[in-house]
Each structure stands twice: as C-alpha cells, then as structure tokens.
Design a protein around this ligand. Sequence first.
Ligand code: GLY
Length: 359
Amino acid sequence: MRKINLDLTDKSYDIKIGNNIIDLSTVEKFVSNKEVLIVFDSAISGSRIMQFKEMISKSILKLELIEIDANENNKSQETLSEIYSILVENKFSRDCLIIGMGGGIVCDIAGFSAATYQRGVNFLLIPTTLLAQVDASVGGKTAINHPKGKNMIGAFHQPVGVIADISFLKTLPEREISCGLSEMIKHGLINDINYFCWLEENIKQVLRLEPEAIEEAISRSIEIKTFFVKEDEKEANIRALLNFGHTFGHAIELIGEFKDYNHGEAVAIGMILALELSERIGNISKQDCIRVRELLDKAKIDTKIKNPINSTDLYKGMMGDKKKRGNTLNLVVLEDLGKAKVSNEIDESLILEILNSSL
Ligand code: GLY
C-alpha cells in the first residue's frame, strides 16, 4: 500500500492507494464511535456494500445508507435534500461521519452534504472509479450541479481521508478507465513531462490494469494533484492549471446534455482544443499536438464529436464557466509539454476560429 499525505496543516490527510486495502486497519480510526452515513454508488455490487457494512458495524454508533444512481442529473438539490433528510431524521450530530463510496458524482455530493450539514461535518472518501481516484476524491472540491451549469453550487471542504482501492477498477467498463486516463494524461501535460513520457511507454499495461503499472500511475497523478492543492487550496492561482481542457470540456458536456460524452471524453476534446490554441499562439509545435493525440488514442479515449456542435453555442457555454473573471475567459494553455499557464489574453476571434476549424 502506498500513502501520500496532502499537507494542509490542520486539514491534512492521507490518501492510501493499493489493492484490496479496505479493512478495519484502514477505516477503523475514522468510523469508531461515530454515527455513519454511507452514500454509495448504485454501480457498486450489493455484496461489497454488505461486506463493508458488516466490517464497520461493530465499531460504530449508528449506521444509515443511501444509494445514489450516479448520473449528472442526480447530482442535484433533490438528491442532496434526501441526504439531509436522512441525517436530520436520524438525529445525526455534528460529530458524525459521512462516507462517500463511488465515482466522482458520489464523492462530490457526499462531500457537499458534509460541507453543509450543520455547517460542516467530517467525511471519508472511498473512490471506486479511476477518475474519482485521481481527481474528484483529492483536494476538497465538493459540489452539486445547477440545471444550467455543472458544479455551480459547491464548497471547498477537505475529507478526513481517502482510500483508493484499485480492486474496484477491475469491474469497470474500459470506457470508464479511459475516462480516468484523460485526467491522468492532463496531469503529465500540465506539470510533469517525465510522467507524460512514462504514460506513453506504459499505457497498455495501465489500460490492462496491471497492478504495478496502475498503482504507479494513480500515485503519480495523485502526487501532482496534491502538489497543486497544497500550494493553492482554494484555487486563487496555480490550482487553476488543473482545469486544462476543462473550460472547453465543461461546455461540451453541457451541450451534449451530459449524455453524449463522459467527463473524461469531454476533457480530452477540450485538451485537443487547448493544445491547438497553445500551438496557434506559438507555445508548442504541431508535432507536440500529434504526440498528445496519439496518446489519447492509445488510451482509447473517444474524442469524436457525437452531434454537430455550433461554435458560437460552445463559446457561450464557455463564457458560463466558473473560471471566468468578469467578461474575461481565463484559459489554461501549455507553455510546453509538461508546463501550463493561465492566459486571459486570448481573443474571442481566435477561439472561435479554432472551434470552427476543429468541430
Ligand atoms: N478537478 C480540478 C481540481 O480539483 O482543482
């Protein structure tokens, strides 16, 4: 088992990574003598939930469970209300623990309910998808969607721990693994050319979930993510680099009504557009763009546009992004492979030109 500490002084926590690591030794200190609510993803097998429930039941005071059918439409105020109702009706105190067990949607909504119930309670995350293990579970971004925008209502609230068990990944469809890989490739692109090269060399082993390769990849991605969060927890500056491809990507997800593309696919298309932009402003070469596209293809990420997208609509969607300041789009571009920066000097006309030629 590997352990990465996210050092945030009094809010520091460990992220544990390994195969079959969910046992009393990893969870007892969090659940002991607590009222516990498990918010879990319907994609997790019933037997796995039962096993977990039985394992912790001796050490806890009270246990409630809520199953979430994890789709973006359910990352909503209605689902949140259901969670609050369970907590209130069962008289959960401020000392309770919420456990989010599932993919990014469950991690985000479990985290947001913990951030807001009685002005903030503890939560533990057990991410069960690759995307959630390398991204959503780390760094304390919690949120629900508004019908007109993803993650529009949220809070920064750090979990007390994260347990990333790679045994969950074995039952995931390949499309889900590719979705996680999209964010992992992003980590290399924005911060670590050596990791990007390592992914180029090991992508087959990672896709096949070979234990050594997948554990190494998850750990390296989490290390990059924790570096940004430690430096800039509330995204006042460099944490924004983690949004590479996301301003385009979130608008693509929105236009696809959260059905046409999964998050990783939308981010991958967004990264291709952001690379094109980086090339047009003279930061990287055409060959660099081709190299990244080849890795995205090898990672089996579907980057095809499903339904025609109107570039003006996409641009409007981008202007609804949270990263916007006033009327200025803050776009993350690459300075080089492995190095990113935020630019607020990109002309609308250049963005529209790139959208028109690429979509
Ligand atoms: N997903 C980007 C971040 O956590 O900052």
